[in-house]
Design a protein around this ligand. Structure first.
Ligand code: ADP
Ligand code: ZN
Ligand code: ZN
Length: 780
């Protein structure tokens, strides 16, 4: 990095506003600096280093604005410090992205520098995988006999090198030419550059491993009339900001609509972003999209990439070579929520698609706590392009926007695509089923599900089993009914989960806290009364154990695979598991919600949900919505082939409307009832919500700080209702007490106003001790 030493002549230097990558929030839009002559041309969006504070500490930041000549933001010129240098990544974000970051910073109450810092992947910032290449070509002088005669004399071997170059496709990498010409070093070729015979072009490129494109090229099906009408409507809107909601059960052909709409967008010379909720969905979606969009460059951004791959994909997106040229940037980016920050050149974004828009995975749970879908809507608005949201179980926010507010166009897909069957869903009253058999140690897989598995496996079908809890069992308690001891984490106000490691002789049972990750051995005796300890409740490991006992033909790790956060530590593990399931080697895939979504395997003829009640127990007004989503999503995995599929849902509360309506595929009825309730209780989407969480190791300190903050907020809250502080549902995590303040209002703008005011008064310094969550989706 070249440091620039500050000069005394500041008079006519151009001024810029720089957002530093710090949690400083006093000047939310950035600080004013001067560009020294060497850096005078740096554009908005460039990442720079500036002196910060009294110590003039070099700090990274972003130029978010170039001030018009004469404008000084009211600061005397002699007080304005100089930008020190451009940072070594050389990154310049497109103006649209800067504008987008500005909105995000204001809406999610996160300093703009921090917001920008989270937009740029660390791999890009650190230039991981970047190499500089020197390419050689003939100098123009060689074409002109007179000019050529004027060049210095060269050796025979150098003449030979020139004749070798004539036979190659130019420009040629210097090392390659040296090898071809029989040189052991690049030096003689560099001398040919110095003598004027050759010209050298330096090019930086990001080298990285190849990202596989799935080869299976499915022929494009003829769109059904419903699909066609959606495709046409979206296509008509290309070039303007319009919202579309594609609502159709899994397998109804939504992805087909996305592909066609993207094709039509590319045909207009613009680019597209496709967001998918999780890495787990990416391999299949990317493979299919890439296979269908044969002539398009598809970039992929997700958490499973290596650092160098991420830099490569990001750089590929930022390239803005000539249209149709080999060096043009990617045309389509497919990725998880952060792909909404794809550095697509200004004016070239033509369409955004958000698949499974209701997924909680779109929300980021660290600052800036943005929602990928909502951010996508805003980005589409800035780019003046249409946005398509798709889901089998739309979020009530999106449903209301389409059905009640009519700000988005609803497209219903009422049938599964030709050849696909609607799965039959049966809800089993698990309590009643258990009472019937009266086992000493109750099974997690009841008789109905067990029999259905037998039939399916005998008929060479495949089975998906879902349980949304990792570990072996989630309760550890005393066996004595008179004693109420239960194991809780010492650092959190929460129970611990029993896990099992190894098998046979070396089998080890230990307990882990899923909030702070603390671990310890499973206690043998109750610390209160000395009686033995027992573990009960749910966990994927316990289901696995039961499966191998009940179905001796299933072999763990071979024909039976457990898929959860513990077994699938990298994306590669997960891809491998899916591939083995796809080949049919694995007969039963059992796991957490990782397997509930997006998977498309034709031979899955039975889906079992071990407990539909896990989401119902959440302390969250969205519990019913989540339960409905879970049951429908996972049942949709069945019956994607020629043979019919079915789903069996076990529940202790089989009459819960969310479960019943999901089983009968009645989303619209569910949404109507649920919206009615939300309206009555003043909950989102009718009211807007923001949550402020105050955290502190001292309980009293936490209480005092949260009360002070609430009081301060009330002094200027106006129409915004300030509730609390109250103790969070999990009162302490990792040794910190937690209290929350809730802001509610009829509109997002009112909440934004109060948050902006709070920021300008210095009340919201984000960090360990304060989190601000606008439109929260978690209530813990
Ligand atoms: P969704 O995204 O709603 O789950 P998909 O687009 O993945 O649905 O479609 C489900 C299956 O049906 C896929 O295998 C797809 O190739 C096929 N399909 C989609 N549309 C049609 C159509 N119009 N005709 C025939 N098959 C189709
Ligand atoms: Zn803990
Ligand atoms: Zn006890």
């Amino acid at each position: 990095m070249t440091l620039f030493s500050p000069q005394s002549i500041t008079a006519d230097l151009p001024l810029v506003v720089v957002a530093v990558e710090r949690a400083v929030d006093r000047s939310p839009d950035g600080l004013t600096y001067a560009l020294p002559p060497k850096l005078a041309d740096l554009p908005e969006g460039a990442r720079v280093e500036v002196p910060l504070g009294r110590g003039e500490t070099p700090t990274a930041g972003w130029i978010v604005e170039r001030l018009p000549a004469g404008e000084t933001n009211g600061i005397p010129r002699e007080k304005i410090k100089h930008v020190l240098a451009q940072d070594e990544s050389g990154v310049v974000l497109p103006g649209e992205l800067i504008q987008f970051a500005r909105w995000m910073s204001a809406y999610y109450a996160c300093p703009i520098g921090m917001t920008l810092a989270s937009i740029l992947p660390a791999a890009v910032r650190k230039a991981i995988g970047r190499v500089e290449r020197t390419l050689l070509d003939f100098a123009p002088a060689l074409d002109d006999p007179a000019a050529r005669a004027a060049l210095p004399k060269i050796t025979k071997r150098q003449e030979h090198a020139l004749s070798v170059l004539a036979t190659l496709t130019r420009p040629v990498e210097i090392g390659d030419l040296a090898r071809e010409a029989g040189y052991s070093s690049n030096e003689p070729l560099k001398r040919l550059v110095a003598s004027g015979h050759l010209v050298a072009v330096k090019k930086t490129a990001v080298e990285a491993g190849f990202i596989a494109r799935s080869g299976h090229l499915a022929p494009a099906p003829q769109p059904t009339p419903e699909q066609k009408s959606a495709i046409d409507a979206i296509t008509r809107d290309l070039g303007t900001f319009k919202q579309h909601l594609v609502f159709g059960v899994t397998g109804s052909g939504k992805t087909e609509i996305y592909i066609r709409a993207i094709e039509n967008c590319l045909a207009t010379g613009k680019k597209a972003i496709l967001l998918v909720p999780e890495i787990s969905l990416t391999p299949q979606t990317v493979g299919r999209i890439a296979a269908r969009l044969k002539d398009a460059k598809v970039a992929v951004l997700h958490s499973g990439l290596t650092e160098a791959q991420r830099n490569q994909q990001w750089t590929l997106l930022a390239e803005s070579g000539a249209e149709g040229g080999a060096d043009r940037g990617a045309d389509v980016v497919v990725g998880a929520r952060s792909a909404i920050f794809a550095p697509i050149p200004d004016g070239t974004l033509g369409l955004i698609v958000v698949d499974e828009e209701h997924e909680p995975g779109y929300k980021q749970d660290s600052a800036p706590r943005y929602h990928g879908r909502d951010a996508a809507i805003r980005r589409a608005q800035l780019a003046k392009c249409p946005i398509v949201l798709g889901s089998a179980t739309p979020s009530l926010e999106s449903w209301m926007n389409a059905v009640e507010r009519k700000i988005s166009t609803l497209h219903r897909l009422t049938k599964r695509a030709p050849g696909l069957n609607v799965p039959k869903v049966a809800v089993v009253d698990f309590g009643a089923e258990r009472r019937l058999v009266n086992e000493k140690r109750p099974s997690l897989i009841g008789a109905t599900l067990r029999d259905a598995m037998r039939v399916t496996l005998a008929d060479s079908g495949q089975v998906l089993l879902l349980l949304n809890r990792r570990g072996y069992a989630n309760y550890i308690a005393c066996t004595d009914p008179r004693c109420d001891w239960m194991l809780t984490c010492t650092e959190c106000d929460a129970g611990m989960v029993c896990h099992v490691d190894g098998a046979g002789e070396i089998r080890r049972r230990y307990v882990r806290c899923h909030h702070c990750l603390a671990e310890q051995m499973l206690p043998q005796k109750c610390p209160d009364c000395g009686k033995p300890v027992t573990v009960f409740g749910l966990g994927t490991q316990r289901v696995e154990e039961e499966l191998t006992r009940t179905f001796p033909s299933l072999i763990e790790g071979e024909t039976l695979l457990r898929v959860d956060g513990d077994t699938m530590q990298t994306a590669a593990h997960f891809h491998d598991a899916l591939e083995r399931f796809g080949r049919g080697d694995v007969r039963v895939l059992m796991g957490t919600q990782m397997i509930a979504k997006g998977l498309d395997f034709p031979n899955v003829r039975l889906v079992g949900v071990i407990s539909a009640d896990t989401a119902l127990a959440l302390p969250d007004f969205r519990a019913a919505e989540r339960t409905f989503q879970l049951v429908s999503q996972v049942s949709g995995r069945a019956g994607r082939g020629e043979k019919p599929g079915r789903a069996i849902i076990q529940s202790f509360e089989p009459d819960t409307p969310a479960i019943r309506l999901a089983a009968s595929h009645e989303f619209e009825r569910f949404a109507l009832q649920e919206l009615e309730d939300r309206k009555q209780f003043g909950l989102p989407p009718y009211r807007r919500l923001a949550r402020l969480i105050v955290r502190h190791p001292g309980e009293t300190e936490c209480a005092n700080r949260s009360s002070q903050l609430a009081d301060a907020l009330r002094s200027f809250s106006g129409a915004v209702e300030v509730r609390g502080p109250s103790i969070c549902p999990i009162a302490r995590i990792a040794g910190k007490y937690r209290r929350q303040i809730e802001l509610t209002a009829d509109s997002a703008a009112e909440i934004s106003r109060v948050l902006a005011e709070a920021r300008s008064r210095g009340l919201l310094k984000l960090g360990e001790e304060l989190a601000v969550d606008v439109d929260p989706i978690s209530a813990v």
